[in-house]
Design a protein around this ligand. Structure first.
Ligand code: SF4
Length: 327
């Protein structure tokens, strides 16, 4: 049976944004009641438009921001109640690679000191940290001569390899990759994705890949989680979700992804209308109802709950209730 690496249970992150109508406190519900299990050795892709709450979800998992409600369970430990030692272990076992490596590397530091820094901060001797930096550079297939380079001397692809090396140097078990290729040229994107897949297999890593690009998700992920305005609306095995998307939002994302279905060119497609709404002023009922062509009065007043349409595929949409395997 699959073993969980990270479990999110009814996770919530609300930001207080001042006063709303009538003087009541107003919140941006960036993460709202998300339940999701990422199994060991699995690649889960989290997809959604900008402002859907994807990056906030990653920051909550990493405990870079506090939890409003629910739980993040890592290795059986609830991180909201974790001891200092548990948190220290989590910070070595879970690493992150952000979208823009140039802005995450200190321009005044060489590649070597950037990669060594997390080790030195955790008390590793300089000699050992240097050897580990050399090993990490080898893992991302870069020559050791780059150890003495500065960020401005490297290309976007090389910078992203350095960011990955720095994430690997602590020997993590889980990596969170936030838009790992979106700042790169298209030719370099495939190289980085292939490198990530090789590393995942050889080091038996677990990935949570966050992106707005369904093509990236399809290429790299075992399972897809689709997020809309703070909530998961569809979750399941990649080929099942891509081959048979059931939530109108997932269908809209796929229709908007030009390379995903080149054979569909010229065919009539469902195109999503409007812009994603605001996390501060969420629509009542289903958050997607203002953009959904199938919305009914029920959709405008009631929040749909998850419906399992196959053992591993779940959708939060009233239209799918009749297909529930739990009825
Ligand atoms: Fe559309 Fe209603 Fe389904 Fe929401 S619950 S996606 S509004 S049909």
């Amino acid at each position: 049976m699959a073993e969980a690496a990270i479990e999110l249970r009814n996770l919530k992150k609300y930001f207080n944004v001042g006063k709303g109508p009538g003087g009541a406190k107003a919140y941006a519900k960036a993460v709202d009641d998300i339940t999701l299990t990422i199994n060991k050795g699995e690649v889960v892709g989290l997809v959604g438009e900008s402002g859907s709450g994807k990056t906030t979800l990653a920051r909550v998992i990493l405990r870079l921001t506090s939890i409003t409600g629910g739980q993040v369970i890592f290795n059986g430990v609830d991180l909201a109640k974790a001891s200092r030692d548990d948190m220290k272990k989590m910070r070595t076992d879970v690493s992150v690679v952000f979208q823009d490596p140039a802005s995450n590397l200190n321009p005044r530091e060489t590649v070597m000191s950037s990669i060594m820094r997390p080790l030195v901060l955790h008390g590793t001797s300089k000699a050992e940290a240097k050897q580990k930096a050399i090993d990490a550079l080898g893992l991302v297939k870069m020559d050791t001569r780059y150890l003495y380079s500065y960020p401005h001397q490297l290309s976007g692809g090389q910078l992203q390899r350095i960011a990955i090396a720095r994430a690997l140097v602590m020997n993590p078990k889980v990596m969170i990759l936030d838009e790992p290729t979106s700042a790169l040229d298209i030719s370099v994107q495939a190289q980085i994705l292939n490198l990530l897949l090789d590393l995942q297999e050889s080091l038996k890593l677990t990935y949570l890949v966050i992106t707005h690009d369904l093509n990236v998700i399809r290429y790299i992920s075992d399972r897809i989680a689709v997020m809309y305005l703070g909530r998961l609306v569809e979750y399941g095995p990649t080929e099942e979700v891509i081959g048979n998307p059931r939530h109108p939002y997932t269908k809209g994302l796929m229709a908007a992804s030009p390379i995903l279905n080149p054979h569909d060119r010229g065919k009539e497609k469902y195109m999503m209308e409007g812009e994603p709404g605001s996390l501060i002023n969420l629509p009542t009922g289903c958050h997607f109802n203002p953009r959904c062509p199938y919305a009914t009065d029920r959709c405008r007043s009631e929040l749909p709950q998850d419906v399992r349409i196959s053992p591993l595929h779940q959708v939060a949409c009233f239209l799918q209730e009749e297909f529930s395997i739990d009825k």
